[in-house]
Design a binder for this molecule. Structure first.
Ligand code: NAD
Ligand code: UDP
Length: 343
């Protein structure tokens, strides 16, 4: 039986393909390349030595999804496809609701029609809003402060309603903290288009000389050095969490047919700690300036990891040094991302 991976050509999806193929699963990727390159799938094939089935399609195309689910005899779905930039989501909210929410509804309808009722969903720690306590446990109150976050919360609600309505469904909702790093080979990694929004790809581009300096968004937070603290997790640890989640889905029952877990390390690092760690890993100086706080940012976010340990028998293994050195290895081997390899 085959697992359908939506958004499988993207940053996390491509790493997930490697982990699942190496674990002996068959996968088929659906992606519309709105934020990725087909080259990532060639690289997945190089790493694993396995040919990868791939269908170029939009998840809003229910007919195409039904055909793909049937043709490949899929038994379950890992759902990464969606738009993910917080700032952009405030500018083009309709695109975000259409891609993320409508896309997920079409996917679920296609699955239902094909009797495929098992799905792992990429949610985000953004659904916790401003932390009321730390570490963040899965029962922390949920709220959203921007359209992107609202799409994640809406989709979670849709999955909870569906799980309650029909015991045949099986859902694993995974709330990611801050995925960073790259596969050890340096063949796949994060390849943001334009100016990176996120800290790690920006720092990496400063280290490689592609950008002059980092703007540190605020140094007056109530944290140990005044800069924002986040729970960075190595992308390979993150996708291994998906493998454990896939196994855990099989153990669910009609009475308890879904779970929600955080995927983080439980440890937070500040922006300046990340800069220092990246300087050590890359042996490059990273110039930075202190800039005003970024709208919507919170001081400190890190996960409670007990539920993941208990329900998935999983915890992150890779530390900050691996996160930085693997990012740097990917950046050095692919100074222009996948661009240079695209036809
Ligand atoms: P990404 O942009 O690299 O990957 C998403 C993939 O989905 C891309 O390949 C894109 O082309 C594809 N896609 C988008 N809309 C599509 C559509 N309508 N039909 C078909 N394909 C479509 O992003 P990523 O970092 O790999 O994130 C994967 C998932 O994890 C997303 O749902 C994201 O919201 C979620 N997530 C990411 C982070 C993070 O920091 N990277 C954190 C929390 C949650
Ligand atoms: N950050 C920063 N400069 C940047 C990008 C991010 O100082 O160019 C800070 C940001 O304010 C936050 C941390 O780095 O404290 C992580 O930001 P990122 O966008 O990577 O993740 P998120 O805010 O979504 O958790």
């Amino acid at each position: 039986m085959t697992i359908l991976i939506t958004g499988g050509a993207g940053y996390i999806g491509s790493h997930c393909c490697v982990t699942f193929l190496e674990a002996g699963h068959d996968v088929v990727v659906v992606d519309n390349f709105s934020n990725s390159s087909p080259e990532s799938l060639n690289r997945v094939a190089s790493i694993t030595g396995r040919k990868i089935a791939f269908e170029e399609a939009d998840i809003r195309d229910r007919t195409a999804l039904e055909r793909i689910l049937k043709t490949h005899q899929c038994s379950g779905v890992i759902h990464f496809a969606g738009l993910k930039a917080v700032g952009e989501s405030t500018e083009i909210p309709l695109e975000y609701y259409a891609n993320n929410v409508t896309g997920t509804l079409e996917l679920l309808a296609a699955m239902n029609a094909c009797d495929v009722r098992q799905l792992i969903f990429s949610s985000s720690a953004t659904v916790y809003g401003e932390p009321q306590f730390l570490p963040l446990t899965e029962d922390h109150p949920l709220s959203a402060t921007n359209p992107y976050g609202r799409t994640k919360l809406m989709i979670e609600d849709i999955l909870r309603d569906l799980a309650a309505s029909d015991p045949r469904w099986r859902f694993g909702i995974l709330r990611y903290f801050n995925p960073v790093g790259a596969h050890k080979s340096g063949l796949i990694g994060e390849d943001p288009r334009g100016i990176p929004n996120n800290l790690m790809p920006f720092v990496s581009q400063v280290a490689s000389g592609r950008r002059d300096q980092l703007s540190v968004f605020g140094n007056d937070y109530d944290t140990r050095d005044g800069t924002g603290v986040r729970d960075y997790i190595h992308v390979v640890d993150l996708v291994e969490g998906h493998l454990r989640a896939h196994e855990a889905l099989a153990a669910l029952t009609d009475e308890t047919n879904s779970f929600t877990v955080n995927l983080g390390t439980g440890t937070g690092y500040s922006v300046l700690e990340m800069v220092k760690a990246f300087e050590r890993a890359s042996n490059q100086k990273i110039p930075y300036e202190i800039a005003p706080r970024r709208a919507g940012d919170v001081a400190e976010v890190y996960a409670d990891t007990k539920a993941a340990e208990a329900k998935l028998n999983w915890s992150a293994e890779r530390g900050l040094e691996d996160m930085c050195s693997d990012t740097w290895n990917w950046a050095c081997k692919n100074p222009k991302g996948y661009e240079a390899s695209d036809g």
